[in-house]
Design a protein around this ligand. Structure first.
Ligand SMILES: Nc1nc2c(ncn2[C@@H]2O[C@H](COP(=O)(O)OP(=O)(O)OP(=O)(O)O)[C@@H](O)[C@H]2O)c(=O)[nH]1
Length: 182
């Protein structure tokens, strides 16, 4: 459950984003259950990245459920969600054709990216960059960083996050929060 803070340049503006890596997702009989921590992360998020591994068919099968959970926790809003197929370098142990990911993402109304976290940083950066752009376009225009803070929902608590909160509070101009799972 690590929280990372990064800066991205969007249309000439520097945007500080926070990326929440969700803790290992519990799956019982092929369904997500009782993931209170995951729900908190999703509620907190302004955008979500759903990651599956092309080497693990079960991770692909969870996308629909994760997407549904995102929708249930953000009723009435269209939260930007992207679907990412990871481990594109491991073709010899591939279990999911990335085409299936593309199709599913399309059905869910999400963008889709195929990446290899270990081999190509640029593809990962691009996925996040496009998502950040989408989120920044949804923020009401304003002049002060403080006004750009949109969500009143507190971040999920952990010592790590409390610490980061203190250290980065001054620097943040806006937030993008994402949830990932592999
Ligand atoms: N070859 C390859 N290995 C990867 C890639 N991405 C992740 N891995 C490996 O896959 C394993 C799992 O990666 P993690 O980042 O721990 O996955 P996770 O989903 O965050 O795991 P949880 O902590 O259970 O949530 C690690 O051994 C990584 O090195 C990739 O693109 N290619």
């Amino acid at each position: 459950g690590n929280l990372y803070t990064r800066q991205v340049q969007i249309e000439g503006e520097t945007l500080a984003i926070q990326v929440q890596d969700t803790p290992g997702i519990q799956v019982h009989e092929n369904s997500l259950s009782g993931n209170e921590q995951l729900s908190r992360c999703i509620r907190w998020a302004d955008a979500v990245v759903i990651v599956f591994s092309i080497t693990d068919y079960k991770s692909y099968e969870l996308i629909g459920q994760l997407h549904q959970q995102v929708q249930q926790l953000h009723l009435g809003t269209r939260l930007p969600v992207v679907v990412v197929a990871n481990k594109a370098d491991l073709l010899h142990v591939k279990q999911v054709d990335p085409q299936l990911g593309l199709q599913l993402a399309g059905m869910l109304g999400c963008s889709f990216y195929e990446v290899s976290v270990s081999e190509n940083y640029n593809d990962v950066y691009n996925a996040f960059h496009v998502l950040c752009k989408e989120v920044s376009h949804k923020q009401p225009p304003s002049s002060t960083p403080e006004k750009r803070r949109t969500s009143l929902i507190p971040r999920p608590k952990s010592p790590n996050m409390q610490d980061l909160k203190r250290r980065f509070k001054q620097a943040l101009s806006a937030k993008v929060r994402t949830v990932t799972s592999v």
